[in-house]
Design a protein around this ligand. Structure first.
Ligand SMILES: Nc1nc2c(ncn2[C@@H]2O[C@H](COP(=O)(O)OP(=O)(O)OP(=O)(O)O)[C@@H](O)[C@H]2O)c(=O)[nH]1
Ligand SMILES: [Mg+2]
Length: 428
């Protein structure tokens, strides 16, 4: 009995990871509305705006008006200084809502005043308090002219150092693709990148898997990385593996539109019991080839696999690609890594020029890749994460499983799990 009490005490003190999305300014709040319309479960949606009237119409779970004394509830009229001041004045209100977050997505459209000015302030608050901060930034249409474009570019420079990972979409890129679509459909397409990133990461963390990636993996791969590609691809039919991964590793709307040059990749595959090892190997081959691009670098690939009976005949791949070799991105990564090195005194040994894992055999273990600075600089993270693994399921997941009647994800089903069970047993 005594033992039982001790166990239940431990469980009561465990909270499941919290993912939140905060939309800032008009465009950012539109993104949050679109996420709300998709009914994503397990993710809290927050709207932050100076514009009281558009906030009233927002579908977000939580709405925060900032800068009442600065803009009198009317928006900034395109002035980022007012946006910045508004966020600074109401930083307590924002902090109160985001302080218990593990992963914060910030959605914002740059070029106006609220998003451009307030986003770097809110990102800084989040990152400094140890929250993994991923920004999804929509850059204006070139047609809007040099003032708006310059405002947005300056905002991006301000923001860069205050986020762990940055996904940048240019509205103009969407125009290159589909001119027959309505503006709202174009915005929806752009927003799908955010939706995929949020859902992809949520699924990696919460969904049952026979080879599991977890919150620590996601944090380690995204922490202080600068530009990032987070892509999701789903496909059916004969070539489902290859088609799904091709969709995930190419994202034509993103500034960083492919994984070429990425040195670190998290790959999560959700499949049905009809998926063969051959298809999985093909997926991994495509990732390696695409990441390699024209370089002679071999990528560090960390894998997760879920078997889900809802995926009969289907495969979904989620890719998180970081540590890009590209010169400009290399600088970004370096800039963000240096302060961490100082803080923690040392970075684990790595190959200086490439940052490759010293031991590729460790790719399938849960060890931290050597390229990535340990998260000791953010004490709260390292301490809390491992204990949160495989613990209480979030309510939405329990509901999903109840609806299915049973948890159909099993380590002992199908061809792939048995292969990996054997592998995992050998690992143990
Ligand atoms: N992709 C996308 N871009 C948007 C959206 N709404 C606005 N934009 C772009 O974002 C830029 C900034 O607009 P808003 O987000 O409305 O501006 P704001 O942050 O509310 O700033 P102020 O209204 O000036 O205080 C615009 O110039 C557009 O290019 C949207 O829903 N989706
Ligand atoms: Mg506005």
């Amino acid at each position: 009995m005594a033992e039982k009490t001790a166990i239940s005490f431990e469980f009561e003190n465990i909270t499941s990871p919290k993912i939140k999305v905060v939309g800032i300014g008009g465009g950012g709040c539109n993104s949050v509305d679109m996420l709300k319309e998709e009914s994503i479960e397990g993710v809290e949606l927050i709207a932050v705006n100076t514009d009281k009237y558009s906030l009233e119409r927002s579908l977000a779970d939580i709405k925060i008006q900032i800068g009442e004394t600065v803009t009198r509830g009317m928006g900034t009229g395109g002035d980022p200084d007012k946006g910045r001041e508004s966020a600074q004045k109401d930083s307590d209100k924002v902090m109160k809502v985001i302080e218990d977050t593990d992963i914060l997505f910030i959605a914002s459209a740059f070029g106006g005043g609220t998003g451009t000015g307030a986003t770097p302030v809110i990102a800084e608050l989040a990152k400094k308090s140890g929250i993994l901060t991923i920004a999804f930034i929509m850059m204006p249409f070139e047609y809007e002219g040099p003032f708006v474009v310059k405002t947005a570019e300056e905002g991006l420079i301000d923001l860069r150092e205050h986020v762990d990972s940055l996904l940048v979409v240019h509205n103009s890129n969407a125009l290159n693709l589909e001119l027959t679509k309505s503006p709202i459909e174009i915005f929806r397409d752009i927003n799908r990148i955010l939706l995929n990133a949020v859902v992809g990461i949520r699924d990696i963390i919460f969904n049952p898997a026979y080879m599991k990636l977890d919150l620590s993996d996601v944090k380690n791969y995204l922490y202080s990385k600068g530009k990032t590609l987070i892509g999701v691809g789903e496909a059916e039919g004969e070539n489902k593996g290859e088609e799904a991964i091709q969709k995930a590793v190419h994202s034509p709307l993103l500034e960083l539109d492919s994984i070429a040059g990425a040195q670190s990749i998290l790959l999560h595959v959700t499949h049905g019991s009809d998926t063969t090892m051959k298809e999985i190997i093909k997926i991994m081959e495509v990732v390696r080839e695409e990441a390699k691009g024209n370089s002679d670098i071999d990528v560090n690939l960390k894998l997760g696999f879920s078997l889900n009976d809802n995926f009969a005949g289907k495969i979904r791949t989620t890719v998180i690609a970081t540590d890009f070799l590209d010169e400009e991105l290399g600088e970004t990564v370096q800039e963000t890594l240096e302060p961490v090195e100082e803080e923690i005194g040392e970075v684990k040994e790595n190959t200086p020029e490439t940052g490759l894992l010293a031991d590729p055999m460790k790719l399938n273990s849960s060890s931290t890749p050597t390229r990535i600075p340990e998260v000791k600089a953010r004490e709260d993270f390292e301490e809390s994460i491992p204990r949160r693994r495989a613990t209480r399921k979030p309510p939405f997941l329990e509901r999903m499983e109840n609806e299915k009647g049973e948890d159909k994800t099993s380590r002992s089903r199908g061809t792939l799990p048995s292969v990996f069970e054997k592998f995992l047993a050998e690992e143990d």
